[in-house]
Design a protein around this ligand. Structure first.
Ligand SMILES: *Cc1c(COP(=O)(O)O)cnc(C)c1O
Length: 236
């Protein structure tokens, strides 16, 4: 099985999801989550035309950036929880941070950033104990507290649905995130345009797109089926 086939399958699924709700294909940014694969495999996915890459760990992201530094125009996303002590090593090297969920972290980003950082506020819509993110009822208040931080731009909201959620539950979770996003966007706060929705992973990205996702974060669906790379660094 070749990576190209997985990519084609994902693109077709996205296209169908867009069509089903009358959205344009360009309104959905596809992020390949490369946390389980090598830099060589990440390079292949870029060759297949996917230019958004994400990692959930700082060290892994730095490693991939280093080995792909000859690849033109990659947009880098950090999607995982970020420890405050690691902010200074990563924050100026990424294009989007998807997991802002505490004031302390915002303060550290403000202190270390040398330019405005695009941040998603992570929301724990499903209220799973194990999850990061702020509660739905606290989102607006949290975002008002970002106003003094001129190095932080709240571009949107991010969430994850539980792995065991039914598709009805997933719909409700994504609808809820969209509603809060619209509530924030309607306030027209200059520091929080909040036009983007980062939601949808391999198991639920078609639903996420139907509910308005503008960034989908897909790992497994890209790299499933035991992909291998041959000696020439091409997908086998
Ligand atoms: C791993 C991960 C993904 C991708 O998950 P898949 O199920 O492999 O598509 C998306 N978002 C976050 C935050 C992740 O950690």
């Amino acid at each position: 099985m070749a990576l190209k086939e997985n990519v084609a399958q994902i693109q077709q699924t996205i296209s169908q999801a867009c069509q089903s709700v009358g959205r344009s294909l360009e309104s959905v940014n596809v992020i390949a989550v490369t946390k389980t694969v090598s830099s060589d495999m990440a390079r292949q996915v870029v060759k297949c035309g996917i230019h958004h890459l994400a990692e959930n760990r700082v060290d892994k992201l730095l490693e991939k950036q280093k080995s792909l530094n000859d690849c033109p125009a990659i947009t880098w996303h950090l999607i995982g929880n970020l420890q405050r002590k690691k902010v200074k090593t990563i924050i100026n090297r990424i294009d989007y941070f998807h997991a802002l969920d505490t004031i302390h972290l915002a303060e550290e980003i403000q202190k270390r950033a040398t330019h405005k950082i695009n941040c998603f506020v992570e929301v724990n819509v499903s209220e799973e104990e194990s999850k990061h993110g702020i509660r739905v009822e606290d989102v607006v208040e949290f975002i008002t507290q970002m106003e003094p931080f001129d190095q932080i731009e709240i571009v949107g909201l991010m969430t994850m649905a539980p792995l065991d959620a039914s598709s009805d539950e997933v719909v409700t979770i994504f609808e809820t995130l969209k509603q809060i996003k619209e509530e924030v966007a309607a306030k027209k706060w200059p520091f929080a345009p909040c036009n983007e929705l980062s939601m949808g992973m391999s198991q639920d990205y078609p639903i996420a797109i139907q509910q308005g996702a503008t960034f989908v974060r897909i790992g497994t669906a890209f790299f499933k089926n035991n992909l291998t790379i041959n000696d020439e660094g091409e997908p086998a």
